[in-house]
Design a binder for this molecule. Structure first.
Ligand SMILES: Nc1ncnc2c1ncn2[C@@H]1O[C@H](COP(=O)(O)OP(=O)(O)OP(=O)(O)O)[C@@H](O)[C@H]1O
Ligand SMILES: [Mg+2]
Length: 456
């Protein structure tokens, strides 16, 4: 175990000294305080990993110290030391959240064991909390724990830190830009993330936007200009809507990629660039090549790793998480308390087909946050077209086996279980007992499933 900072709080100087002498050889940094107030002042100066405190002290006693820490939201583990006569107080301290108590007089060995145990527990708890947060959110800025999203995270984790060019394919609003940013963030590349939307820039400007120009290269080129490719050197260039790039520029881009050098318009010098391209499209690249709007050679150069971003209707299990996330985000922006997502509204959301994917859900939750005045979002806070949404099963999830998808009953049952559990946890505000009641299973069975599906 690495060195930890321990604060010993006792009004008897001799006792503090003794504790310090026994904890220091364990490799910990030990500081002393004579009472609760001194302890709080020391903690204010710099945080500790563990507090070991006497209960009876003048000015501020151990219980008051514990209370003050918890009130501040400080969850540093606290071990209380108590004499036989005050064992009731020790129990009260445990109820207030003390990590352990030790009865005086004690052997130094007892203290050492308690300290080791509490520090180890704390490490496990931190790890758990971290895992829990990870699992209940997603990865990076993504929300979603469904199987298609898990597969996406795995692919991104593996491919992002390489130098490979990547092609992101997905319908509008699925999160392609979020994926591109995540790739750059996880790439470890020190340069900039430079996005450029090929559909939004007039064709005649796109070339100089990409490759730059020197003063006088063409009418209107009043000064030298660095292109986006060069700007992204050492980082990532995100070519959004790549199929909108004119074919002759695709050829030029390919040359830059092959040769690793760039020539600004009008300049006769080649500048070396360290490019990594992440491109995105909401079209089918195969069809675009057939239609002659996407060059095959460029496609093969970009498609080293292909990322297909799942449709929202193919990951219905994530709807409660995403909806709550956006509801919270926009309520915060409006300066209001976040309303609950009522089950009626949630059913509508789950039944809808989501042609605009996550962006559409985000917009609807922003609207709901504005419209909802009470503490619950109900179907009336949703647009009318959702009222007529058919049950999810009829269009969103085609009958298993309709495609060449797996017919394994285990897989399908698991997917359904995960979805039900995620829904129940969301509806019960993450209260396991309440979720188990909604699911009509025992709490024990729920724990077992959470563990099995790694949802806890
Ligand atoms: N998994 C996700 N978790 C959280 N937010 C998401 C997720 N996917 C998308 N979003 C949010 O949805 C919105 C749309 O995402 P984004 O702009 O990345 O979509 P896109 O695929 O680039 O769409 P388009 O093709 O229309 O450009 C953004 O606000 C984004 O932050
Ligand atoms: Mg986009």
């Amino acid at each position: 175990m690495s060195a930890k900072r321990i604060l010993v709080v006792d009004n008897e100087a001799k006792m503090r000294r003794l504790l310090e002498l026994s904890l220091r050889p364990m490799g910990h940094d030990v500081a002393q305080a004579a009472d609760g107030e001194e302890a709080l002042a020391a903690i204010d100066r710099s945080p500790f990993d563990l507090v070991l405190t006497d209960l009876r002290m003048p000015r501020m006693d151990g219980i008051a110290l514990l209370g003050a820490l918890r009130e501040r939201g400080d969850d540093v583990p606290v071990i209380v030391m108590t004499a036989y006569g005050t064992i009731e107080t020790a129990v009260a301290a445990m109820k207030l959240g003390a990590a352990d108590y030790i009865i005086r007089p004690f052997e130094m060995e007892t203290i050492e064991m308690a300290v080791t145990r509490v520090l180890a527990m704390q490490a496990v708890e931190r790890e758990n909390r971290f895992l829990k947060e990870e699992l209940s959110r997603g990865w990076g800025d993504f929300i979603g724990v469904s199987e298609p999203m898990q597969a996406l995270y795995q692919l991104l984790k593996r491919a992002a830190p390489t130098r490979s060019n990547m092609l992101i394919v997905g319908e509008t609003g699925t999160g392609k830009e979020l994926v591109a940013r995540a790739i750059h963030a996880a790439s470890g590349r020190a340069g900039l993330f430079v996005p450029i939307n090929c559909a939004a820039i007039p064709t005649d400007l796109l070339e100089s936007e990409l490759f730059g120009h020197i003063k006088g290269a063409f009418t209107g080129a009043l000064r030298d200009r660095l292109g986006k490719c060069e700007l992204s050197s050492g980082g990532t260039i995100f070519l959004d809507e790549i199929t909108e790039m004119p074919v002759h520029l695709q050829a030029k881009l390919l040359r830059v990629l092959q040769e690793g050098t760039i020539e600004r318009l009008g300049a006769n010098v080649l500048t070396p660039v360290d490019l990594r391209v992440v491109a995105a499209t909401n079209r089918d690249p195969g069809q675009m090549m057939e239609a002659g709007v996407l060059r095959r050679d460029l496609y093969f150069r970009l498609n080293v790793v292909r990322v297909d971003v799942p449709l929202l209707r193919d990951r219905h299990g994530d709807i409660p998480l995403l909806a709550s996330h956006f509801l919270h985000k926009y309520s915060l922006e409006l300066g209001r308390a976040t309303p609950r997502l009522g089950s009626g509204a949630l059913q509508r959301l789950e039944a809808y087909a989501w042609p605009g994917n996550v962006r559409e859900l985000e917009n609807l939750m922003e609207r709901a946050a504005v419209l909802c005045r009470g503490d619950e979002v109900t179907p009336e806070h949703l647009p009318a077209e959702l009222a007529h949404a058919e049950p999810a099963a009829s269009h969103a999830t085609p009958a298993p086996g309709a495609s060449d998808e797996s017919l394994s009953m285990k897989d399908h049952v698991e997917t359904l279980e995960r979805r039900l559990i995620a829904g129940a946890l969301q509806r019960s505000d993450n209260n396991k007992a309440a979720a188990a009641r909604l699911l009509e299973i025992s709490e024990r069975a729920l724990w077992y499933k959470l563990k099995r599906y790694r949802l806890h």
